[in-house]
Design a protein around this ligand. Structure first.
Ligand code: NAP
Length: 280
């Protein structure tokens, strides 16, 4: 049987959990694919892309710095990738290149697992980078009542909010403004890298948690550590919480479906991957 190749590209990429995640799913499903990583530096994407087809790659995931540049190389893109202006999954079929983005879907599914829907909700997003864009636009497009984006570089938040000017609003990252927006928030999502292990950077204050209604859920996209200080403090205040691991897993499961063309049991795959990651 012919074994087809998949990979994740990026720079840096050798630390990526994607090979472990995807190979565990492919092995479990007995699908004829192998998945590795390829270091592709900025400016090398075009060359790698033409080599990839010759090397037999039929699909790949993309991380920094290629998610936006990939838009130039695909023949068709899905609605989410078009909306975010970024691609995280590519599939190559019959010489045609398809681009997808599974980040927003992955977060949404992890939120739904907690029994929370974004419909008619007031949502606060901290950050306006790549992950924040996918999450904010997905939730806005899924019927949120109001999405406030708080970002250190406020102009990035303003640009993001232009996508849904009726319901999206930008503010800066001042403690005062974050606390004020939290007063009526039902969902708070940290999409910054503050609190991520290894960065040495954290929130200067988590006072804003005290402004949230007691029924709010606090989410953190960070999955390393699995429970950030933000989530720990939110739990201490009796708030519901959601970490980033399930988003990581679900976006990978959806990406695998696009790359292999197989429909899988999403719940079963999520359980498998979480087990594999916890024993890694
Ligand atoms: P990114 O595009 O580089 O964006 C980083 C964001 O963090 C920006 O909004 C940036 O603000 C903000 N930020 C960085 N340092 C800050 C500081 N000292 N004070 C205030 N804000 C600061 O990164 P990304 O790809 O969106 O990723 C963001 C986080 O999400 C990372 O921790 C990543 O691991 C996580 N993530 C998780 C998943 C998952 O599957 N769970 C998926 C994707 C990302 P400025 O715009 O002002 O620079």
């Amino acid at each position: 049987m012919e074994i087809k190749k998949l990979c994740v590209i990026g720079d840096p990429v050798s630390h990526s959990k994607s090979p472990i995640i995807h190979n565990s799913m492919l092995k479990h499903l007995d699908l004829p694919f192998v998945y590795d990583y390829q270091t592709v530096k900025s400016g090398e994407l075009e060359k790698w892309f033409s080599d990839a087809k010759k090397m037999g790659y039929v699909g790949f995931n993309a991380t920094m710095p290629h998610k936006v540049d990939l838009l130039k190389f695909v023949d068709e893109i899905d609605e989410d990738a078009k909306m975010y202006g970024a691609i995280n999954t590519v599939s190559i079929k019959n010489d045609k290149v398809y681009g997808y983005n599974t980040d927003g879907k992955g977060f949404l599914r992890s939120l739904e697992d907690k029994g929370v829907s974004p419909k008619f909700k007031e949502i606060v997003i901290l950050g306006a980078g790549g992950a924040a864009s996918a999450v904010a636009l997905k939730l806005a497009s899924e019927g949120a009542k109001k999405v406030t984006v708080c970002n250190r570089s406020v102009e990035k938040a303003e640009k993001l909010c232009e996508n849904f000017p009726e319901i999206m609003f930008a503010t800066d990252f001042s403690a005062e403004n974050i606390s004020k927006t939290c007063e009526t928030a039902e969902i708070l999502i940290n999409c910054t890298s503050l609190g991520m292990e290894g960065t040495g950077k954290n929130f200067e204050s988590l006072e804003f948690l005290n402004s949230l209604p007691s029924t709010a859920i606090v989410c953190d996209l960070i999955y390393y550590p699995e429970k950030t200080e933000l989530l720990f403090e939110a739990e201490k205040r009796g708030l519901k919480t959601l970490g980033g691991l399930k988003m990581l897993v679900y976006q990978a499961v959806f990406a695998m479906e696009f790359m292999t063309g197989e429909r899988v049991d999403v719940e079963e795959m999520a359980r498998l991957v979480i087990n594999v990651l916890s024993s890694d």
